[in-house]
Design a protein around this ligand. Structure first.
Ligand code: FES
Length: 107
């Protein structure tokens, strides 16, 4: 079991997800916004996120693979899942993940 720091819930493995056009490996058992922080630690930490379902700055659209329904969610409260594909992101997230150079639609 790995625990890279107190921010993350302990996890046994990394799972694959897609953010826009790119695939990443992130810690299972963590909320999606936390996984984004894993990929871009400083910029997500400095983002204007409440982490508590209030600001709405973390809103995204996602599906779970081909032929699955598209859903909208708050990434601070969405448990990451293997094969998750994030197709749209609110501006604050897009800005905070800019170093990953994603091609992803605004939400
Ligand atoms: S971070 Fe504020 S609603 Fe998710």
């Amino acid at each position: 079991m790995h625990s890279p720091g107190p921010l993350f819930r302990p996890f046994d493995k990394l799972i694959k997800i897609k953010l826009g056009d790119k695939e990443f490996e992130v810690p299972e058992g963590n909320m999606l916004l936390r996984c984004m922080q894993y990929l871009s630690p400083e910029d997500i930490s400095y983002g204007r996120f409440c982490w508590n379902e209030e600001c709405q700055y973390c809103r995204i659209s996602f599906d779970l693979g081909p032929d699955t329904p598209q859903r909208t969610a708050l990434s601070c409260k969405l448990m990451v899942q293997e094969g998750m594909r994030v197709t749209e992101m609110a501006d604050e997230i897009r800005y905070c993940l800019r170093k990953l150079q994603l091609i992803v639609k605004p939400k």
